[in-house]
Design a binder for this molecule. Sequence first.
Ligand code: ADP
Length: 632
Amino acid sequence: MPTETFEFQVEARQLLQLMIHSVYSNKDVFLRELVSNASDALDKLRLAALRDDSLDADVSDLHIELEIDGDARTLTVRDNGIGMSYDEVGQLIGTIANSGTAEFLRELREAQDAAGTEGLIGQFGVGFYSAFMVADEVTVLTRRAGEEQGTRWSSRGEGTYTLERVDGAPQGTSVTLHLKPADPDNQLHDYTSVWKIKEIVKRYSDFITWPVRLVGERGEDGGAAEPETLNSMKALWARSPEEVSEDEYHELYKHISHDWRDPLQTIRMRAEGTFEYQALLFLPAHAPHDLFTRDFKRGVQLYVKRVFIMDDCEALLPPYLRFVKGVVDAQDLSLNVSREILQQDRHIRMMQRRLTKKVLSSVKSMMTEAPERYATFWREFGTVLKEGLVTDSDNRDAVLAVASFATTHGDGESVTLKQYVERMRDGQDAVYYLTGESRESIDSSPHMEAFRERGIEVLLLTDPVDEVWVDAVGEYEGKPLRSIAKGEIDLGAQGDEKAGEDREKQAEEYAGLLGWMREQLDEDVKEVRLSTRLTVSPACLVADAHDLTPALESMYRAMGQEVPRTRRILELNADHALVKALNQAYREREDRSELTGTAELLHALAVVAEGGRPKDPARFVQLLADRLERTL
Ligand code: ADP
């Protein structure tokens, strides 16, 4: 039958180049990847056979075989699982579907040094392609269960691969690696060594639930002639915790998550009683690139009595814990259970509640027991977890307890609400925060001035979700959460009568100007008033307590929702020379047409100060230039 030649997709070609030039120093992991794929293929076949009686497939002895040929220097990884059709081989092996890959390759080009590159590769896990770290040619022979004809795929990894239809292929997939020449200086990396292969399987794939057998011809160092099962096949979650090492857990994590790095935290749970299950969950150390995309795949697998049932089981954890990876093995579910049934099952809902609490309490312990790990966790996943403050009112307190925030106090450390309240100043009755786009822009915002002067701590919230949860949560231990850019803020005058009197006097002096300015700026502001929050800037903009913030307003617009434009409140600093002079001019002059421009300018300055853009930049420049000229 004819052999057809195809080109790899561009991204695939780039990844292959990396593998061939072997940026990853631990080459042993290629075998873990191939065994992992084979194990998945066996899981898939068992499920397919369970769902479809008429499927013409042999499921009587599902297993993985490893075969070494020392003379030919080949290593074959064979499974009798689901296999691939002709079209599937081209699609699955010739292209990279992962949406994060483009991003990954961009980062890779930017990371010049080898260490950076290796870290990035580890982040992605390149699966099948890792075979090209140790082989200069790879051949795949595969036949999809239920189909007659098989396919041979072959490539030297250099830009093209060939496909050929073949008769008589066994069910499943065998991947044959034509190993690179042995390095006489480094016997450790000779993959024709039986000892080496056994060691790798034991280390990386022991928990695989299918037998991994070593068969056929022996390597140079000999070995038993009978097929030998190399792995214990014991599900880690079913073994007693004392028996399992941290490394073993980590390898399971890598198998499930396709992440090549260690997880941050391993969480075990076992529920006895009427609805029995075991769970082994992992918190990854890094957020994947596609965490916020719609088709992000969750990482919790469902097993029923040790039998793999499904990947990406969304019923087991709420969306705000979608980054958690792991396995849940339930005793009393049907092997035929579907996603729809799971969504409605009462036991599954109970399970979800308990798993959620368990994950949150593990994070809580991490805060005290391993603060650095907690800091990593929160940096990577805090944004996602905060969605829970809005969507999961039952666990709101638990999520709040593990949340921490950037703050104006301390040296760049974040603070929990509990810590914030503990160090609140006497007489302070609210938790103050400011939302905005970046830490820099809000740290230097005029709204901050009076707080900085009085040494009052302000939380700096810069994630889009922050705009939403603060309203949903409302208060913490009886203390309202209050935006310093909203409503009236009174920090000074409590119990201070003199200040109160001064303020009344000022209000009288300024009443005319404020009313007049309000008319001049009618399109943009709904009120002009004197400020208690400014010490340095002449003016700032604030919102009413229940108004949308500018960020939220543009967020809704970006989502295509119609929202009315919110007019805000302009606050003036009566102690600022410019504002004083403006008031004087207002009171003295008959003709105020000249002052209108200054009022507009004052408003525009307030917009600029919070990182915004004047409504009419050209007019802003003209007004400003005109007034600057007069100072010369
Ligand atoms: P990943 O395993 O991360 O999806 P791979 O590059 O390792 O990426 O594999 C790509 C796809 O090829 C797999 O998702 C699977 O569909 C298919 N595949 C790989 N190995 C096998 C195998 N032994 N049997 C059946 N399908 C396989």
